[in-house]
Design a protein around this ligand. Structure first.
Ligand code: GLU
Length: 434
C-alpha cells in the first residue's frame, strides 16, 4: 500500500524554545528517525504518519494544598502510535516536563516496544511539578485528579501507564484505584508497575536494571571482554541504576563509580556496594559517603572505566563531553541520555553503544508480562519472569546488532530501523482508514 504523498513532511517545532536545539528531545528523536527512515527507504506517506503523534492531551490539574490554597498544575498524556496495540508508557512528575519532552518519550516508547516485539504502541505522560515539595496527600490528590482528567484514553485495551521519573508503585496504586472507582469494578490491567499485592508482577521493580545487566553482558561478550573485573561507572542511583549496579556486581563486575543528584563517588579499585546501599538506606542520598573519592555527575561520565551506564536523565552525553568519554561500552539505562551530535563522536571513537530503546526495555517488557498476568488472572513465579525477560533481551540485542551490521550503521540506527520497520509493517497491513 502506498499512502499518497502530496506535501513535504511538516517538521514539528517546540511550542516554546525551552531547549537548546541539541538538547531538544523531540528533535533528538526525529533526527535518528529521519536517518533510519531514509536507510529503510520508507514510503513517503508512512514517513509522514510516523513523524506525527496520534494524540496529545493537555490538562489542567487543580490540587488542594495542605495549606488550604489551590494550585493548578499542567499535565500531558501523549499517545504517539497505537498501530501495534494499546499505548504503553510511564508517567513522570518533574519540573522539566514539557509537551515536547513527553512527545519524544512517547515516540521512544513506540520504538522501544517494537524493538522488543511486544504488542504495544507508545505513550508517555507527565505533570509539571516538584514532587519533593509536596506532601503524600497532595501527591495523591494530584495523581487522582490527573488520572480523572485523562480517563477517556486510559484502559487495558487503549492506554496503560507505568512508573517513570519520580513516580512509583504507590502512584500506580492510586491511578488503578481512581480508574477502578470510575468503572465501578477493579481493573488491575490499567497500569503496570503496581505493588505485587494488588496485581503487580514479581520482578517488575528490578526489570529495567536487570535488562541493563543483560545488555551489558551481551555487549561485553560481543567485544570479547570479560564481565569479571569489568570496571563500570553508573550515573543515577535510582530504581534503574542501583539495581543494575547490584546485578552487575553479582556477575563479577567492579562498580567503580555511582552518583545521584547529590553527586558521585569513585573508587578505582571498586566500591563496596553493600556498604554504599546501607549508607543510602540511612541517609537517602550518596553525598558525604566517606569511603570513596567525591566526584561530580559530570566528572563521573569521563572517568576511566570499561562500561558507562547513564541511568538518570536526558542529554547528559553531549557534543561537549562525548570526546572525553573513556568507556569502551555505553549502556543507556535512561531515556535519551545521548544527544544526536554526541552519537557521531561516540561512533568516531569506536564506542559500542547499547541504545536506550534496547538497553532499558526490560522495564516495559516486564510491564507486558504484568499486563498479561492481570488479564489472565494467573501469576508467574519470579524465575519465570526473569527467564522470559532474559530471552527477550538477548534476542532483541542480537536482532539490533545484526541489523546494524547488515546495514553498516550504528547500533542506535539499527534499533530504530528494526522498530520503524515493525511499526511500518503493521501500518501497511492495516491500510489507511479514510
Ligand atoms: N517508564 C518506563 C520506560 O521508559 C517503563 C514504561 C512501561 O513499563 O510502560 O520504559
Amino acid at each position: 500500500m502506498t499512502i499518497p504523498s502530496t506535501q513535504p513532511a511538516r517538521i514539528i517545532r517546540p511550542e516554546k524554545d525551552t531547549f537548546l536545539s541539541e538538547e531538544n528531545p523531540f528533535e533528538a528523536m526525529m533526527s535518528r528517525f529521519d536517518f533510519a527512515a531514509e536507510k529503510l527507504s520508507l514510503d513517503p506517506g508512512l514517513y509522514k504518519i510516523l513523524r506525527h503523534p496520534e494524540k496529545q492531551i493537555i490538562v489542567s490539574v487543580p490540587v488542594l494544598r495542605d495549606s488550604g490554597e489551590v494550585d493548578v498544575y499542567t499535565g500531558y498524556r501523549v499517545l504517539y502510535n497505537t498501530s501495534r496495540g494499546p499505548a504503553k508508557g510511564g508517567i513522570r512528575f518533574d519540573m522539566n516536563v514539557s509537551l515536547d519532552e513527553v512527545t519524544a518519550l512517547a515516540a521512544w516508547m513506540t520504538w522501544k516496544c517494537a524493538v522488543v516485539n511486544i504488542p504495544f504502541g507508545g505513550a508517555k505522560g507527565g505533570v509539571i511539578c516538584d514532587p519533593t515539595a509536596m506532601s503524600a496527600g497532595e501527591l495523591e490528590r494530584m495523581t487522582r485528579r490527573y488520572t480523572s482528567a485523562i480517563i477517556e484514553t486510559l484502559g487495558p485495551d487503549s492506554d496503560v501507564p507505568a512508573p517513570d521519573v519520580n513516580t512509583n508503585e504507590r502512584v500506580m496504586a492510586w491511578i488503578m484505584d481512581t480508574y477502578s472507582m470510575h468503572k465501578r469494578h477493579t481493573v488491575t490491567a490499567v497500569v503496570t508497575g503496581k505493588p505485587v499485592s494488588m496485581g503487580g508482577s514479581l520482578g517488575r521493580r528490578e526489570a529495567t536494571g536487570r535488562g541493563c545487566m543483560f545488555s551489558t553482558r551481551e555487549a561485553l561478550k560481543r567485544l570479547g571482554m570479560p564481565m569479571k573485573g569489568a570496571r563500570i561507572a553508573v550515573q543515577g542511583f535510582g530504581n534503574v541504576g542501583s539495581v543494575a549496579a547490584q546485578l552487575l556486581a553479582e556477575q563479577g563486575a567492579s562498580i567503580v563509580a555511582v552518583s545521584d543528584k547529590s553527586g558521585g563517588i569513585y573508587n578505582a579499585a571498586g566500591l563496596d556496594l553493600a556498604d554504599v546501599m546501607q549508607w543510602v538506606k540511612e541517609k537517602r542520598l550518596l553525598g558525604g559517603y566517606p569511603k570513596a573519592e567525591a566526584v561530580t555527575n559530570a566528572q563521573l561520565l569521563t572517568l576511566p572505566c570499561d562500561v558507562l551506564l547513564p541511568a538518570a536523565l536526558e542529554n547528559v552525553i553531549t557534543s561537549k563531553n562525548a570526546k572525553d568519554i573513556q568507556a569502551r561500552v555505553v549502556v543507556e539505562g535512561a531515556n535519551g541520555p545521548t544527544t544526536a551530535n554526541a552519537d557521531r563522536i561516540l561512533e568516531e571513537k569506536g564506542i559500542f553503544v547499547v541504545p536506550d530503546i534496547l538497553a532499558n526495555a526490560g522495564g516495559v517488557t516486564v510491564s507486558y508480562f504484568e499486563w498479561v498476568q492481570d488479564r489472565g488472572g494467573y501469576f508467574w513465579d519470579e524465575d519465570t519472569v526473569n527467564q522470559r525477560l532474559e530471552r527477550i533481551m538477548t534476542q532483541s540485542f542480537d536482532e539490533v546488532v545484526g541489523m546494524a551490521e547488515r546495514h553498516g550503521v550504528s547500533n542506535r540506527i539499527g534499533a530504530y530501523m528494526l522498530a520503524i520497520e515493525r511499526v511500518a509493517e503493521v501500518h501497511r497491513l492495516r491500510g489507511l482508514y479514510a
